[in-house]
Design a protein around this ligand. Structure first.
Ligand SMILES: [Zn+2]
Length: 400
């Protein structure tokens, strides 16, 4: 008789189709004593086991077999029959639970799974948590990444912000920690083993994070994050515009034109913009200046000399900004000046926290699907289990 697929210790006796698919099975071979390996076993007593095993089409497959408690006549040891793919006392096989976990992780709701797999909502939740816990314990031995991204994201109204540490090389969340001040991150960072090995930290222009990184990642070079640099540039530029023409700033069509990169303007749009600039000649100067700056900030993977040359293009522009009577531009000039080294390194580099931003979107979805998390540790576990790895259970690990 052939073995039951996924349960190699059992062989098929018969199949009955009803509301579920009932597979009658029996042991393929008598087991050996788990202590001494003897075949001289006495069956102490027997009982029926009924295991949810897998889904076939729209039906759940139930495998039924007779299980035994043995006594070894050689060494006297008592033991229960164990078969591969089914853990003691469970009423479903490991592959069945894996199926539920993966579907739920992929977005299938508890309600839906409870119907397709004929289990309760609570069971879906419990299995899901068990797998997550498993994943976390596997992740706990990871090394701190060589290229680390640090960014904040909003957690909850009550608890405020959290800091995300991202492995930028592998596009995975390394960890999330509640808070964004040195005080709230201190405890975590002090305990982080081999943080000396971090070579590069990419982050937004936050002076708090900068001082934290200098203190806790002594061998890391800090790189400004292009994504945030460009965003800040755009924000300050829009603020400056507002000061010149508050009414024009509210015009949505105009806003879209002003935001657009000059390369993406159609001839018609260009004309529109020129017409607007005719009224405010200074805005044109500002607009051109911003684009020059923007083009600079988009540079990447430059050579050392290349970056050096660009820094000397940047510095006089920052001087101009710092002397500007417009508050938004002055702030921009001062911020960029204080981050000139990190911006110079950004040009040598290609990674950005755009990766982190993508992960943040995923994390927000996790939170939304759980209707928000009150407990940060639960949130952290969920995030690590879903964004700390690729979401697919390792195929070399046996679940059957
Ligand atoms: Zn024995």
């Amino acid at each position: 008789m052939p073995p039951v697929i996924g349960l190699p210790d059992l062989e098929l006796k018969s199949i009955e189709y009803d509301k579920k698919i009932y597979v009658e099975a029996r042991l393929r071979e008598r087991p050996n004593c788990i202590r001494c390996g003897s075949q001289r076993l006495h069956i102490k007593y027997s009982f029926n086991r009924s295991i949810n095993h897998s889904r076939l089409g729209n039906q759940v497959m139930v495998v039924r077999y007779r299980s035994h408690k043995y006594k070894c006549l050689n060494c006297g040891r008592y033991f229960n029959l164990k078969i591969q793919g089914v853990l003691p006392k469970r009423r479903s096989s490991e592959s069945f639970r894996l199926e539920v976990f993966e579907s739920h992780g992929g977005g299938v709701s508890q309600k839906y799974l409870s119907e397709t797999h004929d289990i309760s909502h609570a069971t879906v939740e419990r299995w899901y948590k068990e797998f997550i816990k498993d994943r976390i314990s596997e992740l706990s031995g990871r090394k701190v990444p060589l290229v680390l991204g640090i960014d904040e994201h909003f957690f909850s109204k009550k608890k405020g912000y959290a800091t995300t540490f991202v492995d930028l090389k592998n596009h995975k969340v390394f960890d999330v920690v509640l808070g964004r001040s040195e005080k709230s991150l201190e405890g975590y960072l002090k305990k982080l083993p081999d943080r000396d090995r971090v070579r590069v930290v990419v982050m937004d222009l936050s002076s708090t994070y900068r001082s934290i990184v200098r203190k806790y990642f002594p061998n890391a070079k800090i790189v400004a994050d292009r994504f945030h640099v460009v965003r800040l540039l755009n924000q300050q530029f829009l603020k400056a515009w507002k000061q010149f023409d508050p009414i024009g700033r509210q015009d949505r069509g105009l806003l879209s034109l002003m935001r657009r990169h000059y390369e993406n303007l159609s001839p018609e749009q260009e004309k529109k913009l020129e017409k607007y600039f005719a009224k405010y000649p200074y805005l044109k100067v500002l607009w051109e200046f911003k684009h020059k700056l923007h083009d600079l900030m988009r540079l990447k993977t430059l050579s050392k000399q290349g970056a050096w040359k660009k820094i000397h293009e940047l510095l006089p522009m920052l001087d101009d900004l710092k002397q500007s009577p417009i508050e938004a531009l002055k702030t921009l000039g001062e911020t960029f000046y204080s981050w000139r080294d990190e911006i110079g390194r950004m040009w040598r580099f290609s990674k950005t926290n755009g990766i982190t931003e993508g992960l943040h979107n995923k994390m927000e979805m996790i939170s939304r699907r759980a209707f928000g998390f009150r407990n940060f540790e639960n949130y952290r576990m969920r995030v690590l289990a879903l964004c700390g790895w690729n979401g697919v259970i390792n195929r070399t690990r046996k679940y059957i």
